[in-house]
Design a protein around this ligand. Structure first.
Ligand code: HAM
Length: 425
């Protein structure tokens, strides 16, 4: 038997109804905050992620699905391509490619699959889905303002509340400007020097190439050492501090609760200043429901103009897992099931179905070969509200037996009245 590859899965009905419910709610919220959708390719040149996300991150160093293109055209040959492990780099690539700075501040959102070769476990997949947003533009358009950070965070609180997800925690940190981080990295290198020999091989390498990434280490034996390392909060310059303080003030004013966590550095290299995660207790070990932050230097790192930005990505798989709503309660059931009875009645049923669907009713139908009992069973099973019987006599009379399945009440309704009657709750 051929199965879906490890770490991937099929989303089947009725669960897909829950996913659609989430995505519809999300689109509503994005509309209210004046965000517009962007769709970028699901594969990009490998270099984009190497330069954007960072060579020393777990994502780029270990988790990408990468291949060499073997297209016929000379220009394709040997190009290294990668399934996107995240979408911020792609959005910033598009920002540069299409000179989106001409539009001022861009408020963009996306919904789609991402790919990371991680060890699958609860809440962790190799193909997973993100709902994300990026706010990016020239500083003159206000992209650097702490008001943007606060708006993003308040949007997220609104979204989670709207979906009925209670019990989330917003963990907030500032990881400073690149200048702040030079000092922090120096301090980290110094602190690490006498202890790296006792650490895992990844940390030994990171200590030299990118000491901040030591905080991504999951090896239990390394944790006591990491716990004693200096904290970024001690190295923030005046401008980073003021920016971070203002973000917090706005959050307090609008009533979005948060906790400060100066160990939160995020696993991607592009972050500057504000960094955050929302966690949820019900998720277990993979408890980050979403993450994000500022990336003021990313556009320049990718060869574009200065374009401060901030964004987030929600793990949609984890979002759906933390919902209490059931798929059945959000799925729209058929309003009416049409039961054609006897030879030649499929045609009449098709005609009626067409008429009723024009009234925005959800209509399903059986087959003229079915006995009435079988039609009733089918209608019951799919949770239809009414069953409509279409036999030769009914067609001749222009009136049909309409039965309400829950109450058992049955009436004969003229063709022209059917839609109106079914539409009534
Ligand atoms: P990230 O923290 O790598 O950030 O991913 C964001 C969210 O995606 C995570 O919090 C988690 O919910 C979900 N996620 C990540 N990996 C998996 C997986 N293997 N299986 C299931 N869910 C997963 C980013 O991707 C950044 N691009 C976010 C961002 C946007 N920062 C600024 N703008």
């Amino acid at each position: 038997m051929i199965k879906a590859p490890r770490g991937t899965r099929d989303l089947l009905p009725p669960d897909t109804a829950l996913w659609n419910f989430v995505e519809a709610a999300v689109r509503d919220v994005f509309r209210a905050y004046n965000f517009q959708e962007i769709r970028t390719p699901i594969f990009e040149s490998t270099e984009l992620f190497a330069r954007g996300v960072g060579e020393e991150t777990d994502i780029v160093a270990k988790e990408m699905f990468t291949w060499e293109d073997r297209g016929r055209a000379e220009s394709d040959k040997g190009q290294s391509l990668t399934l996107r492990p995240e979408n911020t780099a792609g959005v910033v690539r598009a920002y540069i490619e299409h000179k989106l700075w001409d539009r001022g501040l861009n408020k963009l959102f996306y919904i789609g699959p991402q790919f990371r070769r991680e060890r699958p476990q609860k809440g962790r997949f190799r193909q997973f889905y993100q709902i994300g947003a990026e706010v990016i533009g020239p500083a003159s358009a206000g992209s650097e303002s702490p008001a943007r950070d606060a708006e993003i965070l308040e949007l997220l609180a609104t979204l989670l509340d709207r979906l009925g997800i209670a019990g989330w925690t917003l963990e907030l940190n500032s990881i400073g400007t690149p200048e702040d981080r030079v000092k922090f990295n120096d301090a980290l290198r110094q602190a690490l020097e006498p202890v790296t020999a006792q650490m895992c091989s990844d940390c030994q390498r990171r200590a030299i190439t990118n000491p901040l990434r030591v905080f991504d280490c999951k090896v239990p034996e390394d944790q006591p050492i990491i716990e004693k390392l200096p904290r970024i909060s001690q190295f923030l310059g005046e401008s980073s501090r003021a920016h971070f303080a203002e973000v917090q003030e706005i959050l307090k004013t609008v009533g979005v609760p948060f906790t400060l966590n100066d160990r939160l550095v995020r696993g991607l290299d592009y972050y500057t200043r504000t960094a955050f995660e929302f966690t949820h207790g019900a998720l277990g070990a993979q408890n980050a429901i979403l993450g994000g932050g500022r990336y003021d230097g990313l556009s320049e790192a990718l060869g574009g103009p200065a374009a401060p930005g901030i964004g987030f990505a929600i793990g949609e798989d984890r979002l759906v897992m933390s919902m209490t709503e059931s798929a059945d309660s959000v799925a729209r059931k058929p309003d009416v099931y049409i039961a054609p009875l006897g030879a030649g009645m499929n045609r009449e049923a098709a005609r009626l179905a067409r008429e009723l669907r024009r009234h925005d009713l959800v209509v399903d139908l059986g087959d003229e070969s079915f006995r009435l009992k079988k039609s009733f069973e089918a209608a019951d099973k799919m949770g239809a509200r009414y069953i409509l019987i279409v036999g030769e006599n009914e067609v001749k009379a222009g009136a049909f037996a309409l039965k309400h399945l829950a109450s058992g009440e049955q009436n004969t309704i003229a063709r022209g009245e059917l839609a109106h009657r079914i539409l009534q709750p």
